[in-house]
Write a protein that binds this ligand. Sequence first.
Ligand code: SF4
Length: 412
Amino acid sequence: MVPFRQFLLKIHSRCNLACDYCYMYEGADQSWRDRPRLMALPTAGRTARRIAEHAAEHRLDEVAVVLHGGEPLLVGAAHLDALLGELASAGPRIRFSLQTNGLRLLDEPALLDVLHRYRVAVGVSLDGTRADHDRHRLLPSGAGSWARAAEAVRLLGSAEHRDLFAGLLCVVDLRADPVATYEALLEFSPPRLDLLLPHATWQTQPAGVRRTVPLAPPRGGEPAPYGEWLIAAFDRWYDAPRRETGVRLFEELAVLLLGGRAASEAVGLAPVDLVVVEADGTIEQADSLKVAFDGAAGTGLDVWRHGFAEAAAHPAFRARQRGLGGLGPVCAACPLARVCGGGLYAHRYAAGGAGGGAAGGVAEGAAGGAAGGFAHPSVYCADLDRLIRHIAGRLRADMAGLAGVTGSGRGG
Ligand code: SF4
């Protein structure tokens, strides 16, 4: 059994923005409507004890706890302090992180004191330029949220709070210019960028493409607008005269191409080690699955009645821990499978059966089983193929320059 090392806690199940691409509130799964707003302290305490049990059972010296939402900072400074106190006191060493839209940092500065106290690494969602960000990330009034989010990022990047600043998370939009997006984010001097493909499936396809499930791995000629977008950003990042920031997707693909292992589940074949605990203590799979169908992330387990060992043994998690054996037939036959890994699990979803047989598209709206429905290539298959081959080509060209360097470094 692969133990969990990352525990994503939904400490607040509502949001103070109304982003049009939000998988939680706009996606197929609407279970948030039945959940309490806040994670109560007894739920946090119970979760902490379950984490401690799991860490002891698997001799994990350290685990990661990711505070998430909704918007996690809506809990307020006092409750955040109490939640972190419950979690920190339970057992193993915990690396805390939090993903936020940033706005609450401006409204309640005491939140920053709490984040410092528990050394919480803070990532902020910011979608590039003001115009691009404001196209999607809206305040409840319908106005754009860029100005306030940018102010929050500047605060986080100030000398006083810089040690909390983990980076920026940006969702790719084909209407945005990739280089302008990268450079707009770079203005905030983020330690790291996450460029995320928008959550999509074969049922709910990404904006700007209409694809059919492929019968075979890509041959390189397919339209790949998301791949091209990422390639333009990659080249701008890779060709910079000095290292400006890290870009997780590019770095992970480079590591995988050079024979290493990825740390995220977006690419590569590393077994999933992240589990979600909802505000009411329900144990779920990664949030991204909510884009697939109602209940896709569910396990039927909760921290009140079940330990994380039971979750780790659940077929839904096991399916995502089988490496190459967990991929559908098209991905398993793909020469890039070890690097691509079929992309993010949620993005493979198509209704009905094993992959590779749905030429002409898949039936809209039909429910698919978790195994068969995810046994397809990623809906971003052509894009991932294009990007990976491009990065491989750039690395190969650079490696060729090493041909004359001796291995020992002692000369000869
Ligand atoms: S999703 Fe990735 S591994 Fe699967 S066929 Fe496409 S490129 Fe290959």
